[in-house]
Design a protein around this ligand. Structure first.
Ligand SMILES: NC(=O)c1ccc[n+]([C@@H]2O[C@H](COP(=O)([O-])OP(=O)(O)OC[C@H]3O[C@@H](n4cnc5c(N)ncnc54)[C@H](OP(=O)(O)O)[C@@H]3O)[C@@H](O)[C@H]2O)c1
Length: 291
């Protein structure tokens, strides 16, 4: 078997086109959605991510408010900036790019962003709502993983999903998203991590296997069931370039479908961030609120 390649770039382009339509609809109602991005310091990877996010905003017609801040900013000054964005009615979404410099407490900053403007969906209020199944803003990478599955026609309901990785930004929210009693969910989810005994025993029984580990090519062919759908969240810089967490060339021989790196989950993360921003802009409109 040679796996179908799930084309994240193409699916993300569809989502972005839909976002652009929603931006037009909002404009007709007098709302210009705006996303404020805050980049602290000059971490090269963060700078690349933020640049792509800003470019994607512009393409979708979302106003990007760019804040590039010196790494020496104090926590108080950063919190004051977040506060001013919270009270700026032209800003509908706020994204503070992580990681932050070590002298700044990330949790404090994440919790300072108004939940109503939390474009990343990392605020504990939104994570709690996600767990309760009442959330409107879902962290962009897990939302992108689900969107890839749904739009590729993969049946999630009833599937055995194994997520390798339990970070707060990928593994945990993805598990919470996929086990909900809801459309595009309703799976039986196992979450694996470094405390898991015999990882391969779990990954081999996955109908849908998601790797969010951060170690290049650590999911090997013998760890994947024939006919599984494999979603590779990993983005690892290696001497040979960017590599996923999955040994793509070997695993594609046994999987039914697989995402490449790059061109899989990465473009979806940006598309879902834009989707979150327009959803927040709509939710901020006066009048009866949906959801
Ligand atoms: N495509 C995108 O848009 C996107 C977005 C976010 C992240 N990423 C990429 O996705 C990967 C994961 O990111 P993250 O932020 O979730 O990473 P993270 O915070 O470092 O978490 C990694 C998780 O993998 C687990 N893990 C590590 N080695 C393992 C092993 N040998 N066996 C089983 N579990 C293991 C860790 O377990 P413990 O909890 O026990 O330590 C942890 O839960 C990275 O490559 C990152 O660059 C991509």
């Amino acid at each position: 078997m040679t796996a179908q390649i799930i084309d994240g770039k193409a699916i993300a382009a569809q989502v972005r086109a839909e976002v652009a339509e929603e931006v037009k609809a909002l404009a007709a109602e007098g709302v210009a959605p705006g996303l404020a991005t805050v980049l602290v310091g000059d971490d090269p990877a963060s700078a690349i991510y933020v640049r792509s996010k800003r470019k994607a905003c512009a393409e979708a017609g979302i106003t990007a408010w760019d804040h590039d801040i010196d790494a020496a900013i104090s926590q108080e000054e950063l919190l004051a900036l977040v506060d001013s964005l919270n009270s700026d009615s032209s800003v509908h979404g706020i994204l503070v790019q992580l990681p932050l410099p070590p002298h700044i407490d990330e949790d404090t900053v994440v919790e300072a962003v108004s939940p109503a403007k939390d474009a990343d969906g990392f605020h504990p209020f939104n994570l709690g709502r996600l767990l309760a199944g009442t959330g409107a803003v879902v962290p962009a990478t897990p939302a992108g993983v689900r969107e890839l599955l749904v739009r590729s026609g993969v049946e999630i309901s009833g599937a055995d999903v194994v997520v390798v990785g339990r970070s707060n930004i990928v593994g945990k929210p993805l598990a919470a998203l996929l086990f909900q009693k809801a459309d595009g969910a309703n799976a039986t989810v196992t979450v694996c991590h470094t405390g898991t005994k015999d990882l391969a025993r779990h990954t081999r029984r996955a109908g849908i296997l998601v790797a969010a580990i951060g170690r290049a090519r650590s999911i090997t062919r013998d760890m994947v069931a024939s006919g599984a759908v494999v979603i590779d969240v990993g983005m690892n810089r290696t001497d040979a370039g960017l590599a996923g967490d999955v040994d793509f060339e070997a695993v594609r021989e046994v999987a039914a479908a697989i995402t490449p790196v790059p061109g899989g989950v990465g473009p979806m993360t940006i598309a879902m961030l834009l989707k979150n921003t327009v959803a927040l802009a709509r939710a901020a409109m006066p009048g009866p609120r949906a959801g």
